[in-house]
Design a protein around this ligand. Structure first.
Ligand code: NAP
Length: 249
């Protein structure tokens, strides 16, 4: 990287594992300073940071619960005080609590909404102020193929992820005039802890729905996120990019 190009400051929420980890590593490979957010998996987050630093990259840890407004605002204040800017926010942190409607508890619905949807709102709101001031920024939100197709047992998760799509489109329109783009990526079934815990018969059922005949990889998601954050993607905003092996077209 030339000395004239300031290093980008990139926050990836939920970067201790899975897709978020791959996204963090992808940005670090490009020379960005990556802020690795996590909530519970301290050791895993330290391992991500260690791996990036070993490869010559730059990374810091930032623990906060994306669903807690006080923690989110404190984290963004810390970022802007320390680094003076925030260039990219990847709203990746997510969780699924699966239950058929009649068994789905109110508190399960609320937690899924809080992490997957309210977390995106809180982090986007906190990022928007410095990005609007900078007149540049990239926000990329993780939604899911099941927000588009529906999926029995995932009422809360699909509602939250569909909410992320609507939110992304509105934010794209609100922030576009200051060169802040807001897009979503919608992975299909990707091999991570989230999907690894599914029973084998559920996994083989899902596989039969994927024309590509295989699950996706975290690297295939990270590459699209990296593109959406790149300078040449500056005219793409409010879009949902599907990465699903043909499952939903
Ligand atoms: P994962 O392996 O279960 O990892 C989830 C990550 O989110 C972890 O790093 C976890 O951190 C973090 N997290 C959870 N709650 C958090 C909170 N309240 N605050 C901060 N971080 C929190 O999940 P994944 O499969 O990589 O999924 C990543 C994103 O892609 C999610 O938004 C998911 O919905 C979406 N997605 C996944 C798939 C798939 O097939 N895997 C498909 C479509 C969409 P800690 O462990 O440190 O708490």
């Amino acid at each position: 990287m030339s000395d004239a190009t300031p290093q980008r400051i990139v926050l990836v929420t939920g970067a201790s594992r899975g897709i978020g980890r791959a996204i963090a590593e992808r940005f670090a490979q490009a020379g960005d300073l990556v802020l690795i957010n996590y909530m519970q998996s301290q050791q895993a987050a330290e391992d991500v940071r260690g791996g990036i630093q070993k490869a010559g990259g730059h990374a810091e840890l930032l623990r906060f619960d994306v669903a807690n407004g006080t923690e989110v605002n404190a984290a963004f204040q810390q970022i802007t005080e320390k680094h003076g800017r925030i260039d990219v926010v990847v709203n990746n942190a997510g969780l699924a609590i699966d239950n058929l409607l009649l068994r789905l508890k109110e508190e399960e619905w609320e937690r899924v909404m809080d992490v997957n949807l309210k977390g995106v709102f809180l982090c986007t709101k906190a990022a928007a102020r410095p990005m609007l001031r900078q007149r540049s920024g990239r926000i990329i939100n993780l939604t899911s193929v099941v927000a588009q197709t529906g999926n029995p047992g995932q009422a809360a998760y699909t509602a939250a992820k569909a909410g992320v799509i609507g939110f992304t489109r509105t934010m794209a329109k609100e922030l576009a005039s200051r060169s802040v783009t807001v897009n979503a990526v919608a992975p299909g079934f990707i091999e991570t802890d989230m999907t690894g815990s599914l029973p084998d018969e559920v996994k083989s059922g899902y596989l039969s729905l994927i024309p590509a005949g295989r699950w996706g990889t975290v690297a295939e998601v990270a590459e699209v996120v990296a593109f959406l954050a790149s300078p040449l993607a500056g005219y793409i905003t409010g879009q949902v990019i599907n990465i699903n092996g043909g499952m939903y077209v």
